[in-house]
Every structure is written in C-alpha cells, then in structure tokens.
Design a protein around this ligand. Sequence first.
Ligand SMILES: [Zn+2]
Length: 393
Amino acid sequence: MLTGGEGELTVTVRMRVSPEPEGGQALLDLMRRYRDALNYSIRAVIASRALSLTKAHRLLYNDLRERYGLPSRAALDCYREAIAIARSWLKNPKRGAVPTAKGLSVWLTHELGYRVKGDHVELAGGYRLRVIGYDRRYDDFPSREARLVFRDGRFDLYVFKRVPRPAKYAPKGALAVDINERQIVVGNSSVEQRMETPVERALHCRRLAEGLQVKYSSSRYRAWHRRSGVRRRVRYFHRKARNIIEDWARKTAHIIVSLAKQGQLAVAREDLTGLVESLRRLPKGHRTALIMLGYRRLAFWVDWQAEKGGVPLFVVDPAGTSTTCPRCGAELVEVGHRRLRCPRCGLEGDRDTIAILNIEGRALSKMGGTLTSPTAPQMTDVNPNRWGEPSAL
Ligand SMILES: [Zn+2]
C-alpha cells in the first residue's frame, strides 16, 4: 500500500461490484480457471526460470488459452502475475513451499483488462459488472491496474491509483502513542487519552471457534473438519476475531492521526521490533497472537494515515521508555501498582504516562526541540505579568 515514487502514494480504492444476474456463474468459472492457471504458471515459471515476459509468454500462453480457456488478455495478466509471485518467492532467502493461490482473485491491467464506464465495469472477454459503490475521493486520479476478488459471496474490485504525496507540515510538538497489553495511551506533556484494545472481544471469538473445534473433534480423526457446517462456523469465528482487530486498528489510527493533525503535531510511536520480541517470551496462545496482530495493524494504519494526511511521523527507540525518568534520565523505581518514582529528581507517575513523556521527548529531540515537562522549573518561574500586562506603557 505504501509503494510509489518519492512524490507519490499508491492508494487502493475498493469498488463493490456485482455481475449481471446471468453473468455471475460464467465470471466465477473464469475466476476458478484463472486461479488454476495461475498456480500452474507459478510452478512453470519457477521450474524454468522464465522470469521475463517474453520467456513466460512462449512457455505458457498457448496452454493458458487452450487448457484453461482463458481469454487472451486474462492469459497475459495471468503469467504476468505468476512472474511477480515467482520473483518475490525466489528473492526470499527463507522461502518455504512454492506459493499457491487459494482464493478467487484476478489481476487486471488497466484499459486492456478492465475499464470503468459510468456505473459499469467491463472486463476483457465481455464480462460486465455493475458498480454498487465506492470511495469517490480519488476520482480525479488516473486508475492503474486492479484486482477483482470474490470472497464471502461478493465481488470487490480493488483499483490502484497514484496520488501526489501530501506535503508534511512543520510540527509544533509531538503526540506520543504508547501501547501496552490492555490499552493504548495517546498524549504528551499537556494532554493524555486512553483507549481500550479489542483483544478481549477478539479472544472471545477465538474461544468460540476453539470450542467448536474441540466439541467436534476426536483424537482419531478430525470429524469437525468433515462437517462443512461446523467448519464454516469455525472459520467464521476466526475471521471475525481478525476483523475486530482490523476495524479497531483502522479506527484508532484515524483518531490518533486526526488528533495530531488538529494540533499540528507529529505522531511519535515506538519501533515495534522490540515489543514483538518481548511478546515472543510470553506464553504462546491466542491472546499473545492477537496482541501482536493488534500492534502490527495499528502501526500499519498509523503510518499509512499519517502519510496520507501529511502528518509527520517519528518512530523512536523503545528501549527503557517505561523505566527511565523523562526529566533527568535516572532509572525509576516502582512505588506501587504501575507507579514509578525517580530517586534523583522525585518525579512520580503512572507507568504509561512516563512512557508517553519519554516517547514525546525522544521525538522532540529528533526534531531538534526540547521537552518541557509539566513541572519543569521554567514553567513556574515565569512571571505572569511579564506577558499579560504591558505595564511599561
Ligand atoms: Zn528524574
């Protein structure tokens, strides 16, 4: 999603589409043939290292047309996609088994593979879909390639567009984001807001799925696996858990980035690498997995929304953000449940507040500013009359 040149962003616009009633089955058939053809092409391209369009064309075009019955344009898009998948797989030093496409998803070249005409989309080969709805904010920007996806009984067309990267303002300060197991804390030395994470709700869905799996399984054979109804419900609960996390991450990121924009602040978040490492040491299970997923998705959406909204972003070193004093840098001591005190300067605070101040401080020092903590002496030393009353006149 964050690809594109220096001055551009690639955004994806999702269009809800629906095939004409009589064309739905034919389109699904095409998508199934495309998937099978794609899997065949990936293996062929890898086996003979046919990584150029010319080589892949010579190797695959006739097969894709005749054996898989793909329209000419779909055949070209199919081996083009296979090359892209093969390239990234070959580049990965830790590659596992050859990748396989499982869902129904078709790659479409703009103009040649698909065309949006008013309230219809036309695919090469004569397939027509009605556009039900989409985000019109990017209408003025030219469309590029697209992907048609069939999932959960509906069709979506994801259209890629290049839009100019918005200019970033010069921040007046930083808005720090601290994430811990139970909540997200957003703030700086003058404001603080706490938000719940949806981990418990998502965990509930996972447990429901697990309950079904246990109920319908036996040690000798996985009977639940054979009952498609049960299997569908298990999948449903797993997917629901993921959707809860994803929705929350997107909405929370939006709140954070909007707050920063309102105050013309930069967003400061911790580098997640260390956090993910420390989570690896927790007992493995759904809970840890969901927390990790939540962190990653929140970071992804914060970065993306900041980029899209022209909000400056700083990723700071997370080492010791909740154990060192934000005012003097001394090691803090624990004085109660999640309360810390500085033995050197006496600053005392809640663990999350301390973390926020440290993250803010690190971002400000990256910006070249300095942190003014709420109790810093210069704040109380200022004579209020100095600014308030022009007594000299
Ligand atoms: Zn201190």
